[in-house]
Design a protein around this ligand. Structure first.
Ligand SMILES: [Zn+2]
Length: 435
């Protein structure tokens, strides 16, 4: 089912026209109302009147996560607080969170984006939508909630956690739609398997919308088999409102992006130039409808490609391929943001360790694993594991307290971790490419 055929199936030509109109307006607002963008555009010698169509987008400055942190909390806001109705923020474990603010229209457009994704799973009147994303500053809970409301479905705002209650209500209320992270969905599936009170045959679940973390085809198959549902990817990011920047359709062959609201580009992260159509690179978004906090050319760091061939579902909206990884180093392990530089910081606090390390992340039995190879200095090193133990414990404790995640630490002889003369490779994230 298509929620908004007029937009989702619009001809490419009409879409370009709509995008052009909206970009011109957005750029003017940014220049007139946001000192940060006026400064950036002045530095590049670009004036709002230089932007005549969407083809001029590459004249505009980029915005990075660093910029958002510098302008924390409301430096990028283009409207007075009297026009704002809501504030959300990402859960940053390092530094300040990323803030997004919303006018009434912003909330309506956000709901529209989520509703389009839900419609692909035929969500509508009578459906009971169990929203098991966290409610709060995080955009997942309220985002899915408002989208379900827009589709006329019943919202069950249970939020994340309390799995036993989740599956009890799923059975008692006849939940037909589940919204949560894919890893939490898998956890719920395992709880159902183990439960002596709830049987999968008792449930009316038919479709799930999973997002907020990358997941693979293997994960999809497992979720679909275990929960006996269709599993649909919903994509989004706080900087562009939240979930519902795009989503999969019934064909499950890429994520349609709602490019009437969020204009996507793919750039080469080193040269910052656009890549050839269909090539992989870094995904960049410009908001075309946001009023409270418009964003020009936001560098997501997500590596993917855009597919412009028409989709069998009838939607003309461009599709995004699976996200291959990130162009910077941040990892999300068991839901926690981890930067390799944090490990380096910890190691340098200990006189017993060299600063060389290597991280291996994988997923086993649906849980992320975090293995850390480190080297003891020559004078402390012994191949005898019993003699290594007194050194492992304080390092382990320090990582748990600073990073918030429990590592499996492996001590290697000094000199065995590869020394790089260029950009060092510190991480092997095996989760991303595995299917
Ligand atoms: Zn499609």
């Amino acid at each position: 089912m298509i929620h908004n055929p007029e937009i989702e199936c619009m001809s490419r030509e009409d879409m370009r026209k709509l995008q052009s109109e909206r970009l011109i307006k957005t750029v003017k607002t940014c220049y007139d109302k946001v000192p940060f963008y006026r400064r950036k555009m002045d530095e590049l010698g670009v004036k709002p009147e230089d932007i005549k169509s969407i083809d001029d987008i590459n004249k505009l400055p980029f915005t990075t996560k660093h910029d958002l942190r510098d302008e924390y909390p409301f430096g990028l806001q283009a409207v007075p607080m009297t026009d704002v109705r809501r504030i959300h923020a990402s859960s940053g474990t390092t530094g300040k969170p990323v803030v997004d603010t919303y006018t009434d229209n912003d909330i309506a457009n956000w709901s529209e984006g989520v509703a389009r994704v839900l419609a692909a799973g035929n969500v509508g009147h009578g459906d009971i939508v169990q929203v098991a994303y966290g409610y709060g500053l995080f955009t997942g809970g309220l985002g899915a909630h408002d989208g379900a409301n827009k589709r006329g479905a019943v919202q069950l705002p249970i939020s994340a956690g309390n799995s036993e209650k989740q599956i009890m209500l799923m059975k008692d209320f006849g939940t037909s739609v589940l919204c949560c992270t894919p890893s939490y969905a898998l956890h719920l599936a395992e709880c159902i398997e183990k439960s002596d009170k709830v049987n999968i045959e008792d449930l009316k679940l038919r479709v799930g919308f999973f997002g907020a973390e990358p997941w693979t085809e293997g994960m999809r198959k497992e979720l679909e088999d275990k929960l006996r549902i269709k599993a649909i990817d919903i994509y989004g990011l706080t900087e562009m409102s939240g979930p519902g920047v795009g989503g999969e359709c019934e064909c499950q062959n890429g994520t349609h992006l709602w490019e009437d609201m969020f204009f996507p580009e793919i750039i080469n992260p080193d040269t910052l130039e656009p890549v050839a159509p269909g090539e992989f690179g870094e995904l960049v978004f410009t908001s075309l409808c946001k009023e409270a906090m418009p964003i020009l050319r936001y560098r997501t760091r997500d590596l993917t490609r855009l597919i412009y061939e028409p989709c069998k579902c009838g939607r003309t909206a461009v599709r995004m391929d699976r996200i291959l990884g990130r162009s910077d180093d941040m990892m999300i392990i068991r839901g926690v943001n981890v930067f390799p530089s944090q490990i380096e910081t910890v190691l340098t606090e200990f006189p017993t360790y060299t600063p060389y390390y290597f991280i291996t992340v994988d997923r086993k039995n649906n849980e992320d694993t975090f293995d850390l190879d480190v080297e003891l200095r020559e004078e402390f090193y012994s191949p005898n594991p019993a003699k290594q133990m007194p050194f492992i414990k304080p390092l382990y404790d320090r990582i748990v307290s600073l990073v918030g995640i429990k590592p499996n630490i492996h001590i290697l002889p000094p000199g065995s971790i590869e020394r790089s003369t260029g950009k060092a490779k510190h991480v092997n994230d095996k989760r991303v490419f595995k299917n």
